[in-house]
Design a protein around this ligand. Structure first.
Ligand code: FBP
Length: 251
């Protein structure tokens, strides 16, 4: 088993996701959070377990002085939201070797389970797992059911299936969308087995609703959260961080 201690605290984790500039475009940003330095500041002051970046941002902003302050999870694949009308494919953009050179403590990769391009992604993901595990580097699978073939299917069941795919493919942690209830998330955690589960933050929600999702995630057995917009779109990102941490790390 790969050692997760560099990116967890007592087995729990809170990650700050900042790959939305590629995945969603500028619509997620305002004048402050468009600047990667603003996010790094939140990550460091909030003592996050790791910051999630694409390689270009890591190369230009995650410099030597930051490496001892906050661990890096390098996202190895990505895509824009501009390509429409076909099933999603997220190509490998960065190698495990490059991630290590950039100072990464773990790597991440999105698999769109159910996409007609699923086999390309499962194959790339398997290669990532192979190379990363040779270097004792943890791998986090963003396991997201997507594509025409899943239309009309039970979303909760699909999220559990995607989490299971993460286990089957060798992910150390799977990052999943919140399936809507405690029972559904318990099933996801059960499906993932010894692969740990973190829940994705999602669109900016009302604080009470978001924090109750965090509470449910921990109750269901997830080790924590990977949050972006609900923190760095907040008027008080550090205050928000403290509230999330109180839930994740006090149990
Ligand atoms: P948020 O907390 O802002 O939702 O970020 C989590 C995340 O998984 C990001 O890492 C990624 O950019 C984004 O969500 C992808 O979401 P989607 O594919 O649903 O647009």
């Amino acid at each position: 088993m790969v050692d997760l201690s560099k990116i967890t605290t007592n087995g729990k984790a809170l990650y700050l996701a900042y790959d939305q500039g590629m995945e969603h475009g500028l619509g997620d940003f305002d004048d402050e959070n468009v600047d990667p330095n603003y996010i790094l500041g939140i990550g460091i002051s909030g003592k996050y377990n790791a910051l999630i970046l694409q390689k270009g941002v890591a190369e230009k902003y995650y410099d030597e002085s930051l490496k001892s302050k906050i661990p890096l999870i390098l996202k190895l694949n990505g895509k824009t939201n501009l390509v429409k009308g076909q099933d999603p494919y997220s190509p490998l953009l960065c190698t495990v070797e490059e991630a290590l050179d950039l100072g990464a403590s773990a790597v991440g990769y999105t698999v769109y389970v159910g996409s007609e391009f699923e086999s390309k992604m499962t194959s790339e993901f398997s290669q990532v797992v192979r190379e990363a595990h040779q270097k004792n580097l943890p791998v986090i699978g963003w396991m997201y059911p997507r594509g025409k073939s899943i239309a009309g299917k039970d979303e909760k069941e699909l999220i559990a299936y995607a989490a299971r795919m993460g286990l089957e493919l060798g992910a150390d942690i799977v990052k999943v969308k919140y399936p809507g209830s405690l029972e559904a998330l318990k099933r996801v955690v059960e499906a993932a087995g010894k692969t740990k589960v973190v829940v994705s933050g999602g669109e900016k929600a009302e604080e009470k609703i978001f924090l109750s999702m965090v509470k449910t995630a921990i109750e269901a057995g997830a080790i924590g959260m990977a949050v972006g917009r609900n923190v760095w779109q907040s008027k008080d990102p550090i205050g928000m961080t403290e509230k999330i941490k109180e839930i994740i790390f006090s149990v």
